[in-house]
Design a protein. Structure first.
Length: 261
């Protein structure tokens, strides 16, 4: 039996409620105390500090159960946080792998086109040294002046497709400028090289743009530089190739036309 002390009697004599030594629960939270737990009640006449509400003091299992619930909630929050981090990492890794796969697929179909000049017959070729088929290959034309001072323009027809490891000959056409109606001529086997020589008068090289697309419609552009000194050696000996084609880069769009330079 609990011993009654002066601290227990004094508040009762003054009409004040006694302070419970354990956590207090209302009737709605009584179940938290658990079965078999000891509790103490105070009647409505306990004083104005209670306000007529019944108080029950849990002793024993109730406090332990509330503490365990809090621990479970913290544990669940930690598990949810770890799960969210893992899902975020998985999504980022999946996106990276998908981008890498798309890059490898594109590299497997990228065409690389370069300009090659051949003698006997004298023609300009487009060679595909890439791994994919090139489509809509267009070499920019050029302007030149003939020995009699007339102005001409030389253009190349577009090639529909060039297979990997294959070459395709460019069909050249010349047109006299400032003449009505325009006069066009299909170049013979030697005329195209003679026109290139005329276009490089007073220049170190002739620079032309080269455009093409791959099978997915991605546009590429490159730059072709024909060196004058190498071209003269090529005309005399038939080698080496005087045209240097820079590595391709992706273009924003395929040009509608390539005006002669």
């Amino acid at each position: 039996m609990r011993r009654v002390t002066t601290q227990d009697v004094r508040p009762a004599l003054l009409g004040l409620p006694t302070q419970p030594e354990r956590r207090e629960h209302t009737g709605e939270s009584l179940a938290a105390c658990g079965p078999g737990a000891a509790y103490r009640t105070s009647s409505p006449s306990a004083g104005p500090g209670v306000g007529g509400r019944e108080l029950r003091v849990c002793r024993g299992e109730g406090v332990t159960q509330v503490s365990l619930t809090e621990k479970v909630q913290v544990l669940l929050l930690a598990v949810q946080t770890v799960t969210a981090v893992v899902l975020l990492w998985y999504a980022l890794e999946t996106r990276r792998l998908r981008q890498e796969a798309a890059k490898q697929t594109r590299l497997g179909i990228v065409p690389v086109v370069r300009v090659v000049l051949h003698r006997g017959p004298d023609k300009v070729f487009l060679e595909n040294v890439g791994s994919g088929m090139a489509t809509k290959a267009v070499l920019q034309g050029f302007r030149f002046q003939s020995d009699d001072g007339k102005s001409w323009r030389c253009t190349f027809e577009a090639i529909a497709g060039v297979l990997p490891g294959r070459e395709a000959a460019l069909r050249a056409e010349t047109e006299m400028e400032g003449v009505e109606p325009p006069q066009s001529y299909v170049l013979n086997e030697t005329a195209v090289f003679e026109h290139i020589r005329c276009a490089m008068k007073g220049k170190d090289s002739l620079v032309l743009a080269l455009h093409w697309t791959d099978l997915l419609g991605t546009a590429y552009r490159s730059e072709v530089r024909i060196d004058r000194n190498r071209f003269y050696v090529f005309q005399d000996h038939g080698r080496p190739n005087p045209a240097t084609t820079l590595p391709p880069e992706q273009a924003k769009s395929f040009p509608d036309s390539l005006d002669p330079v």
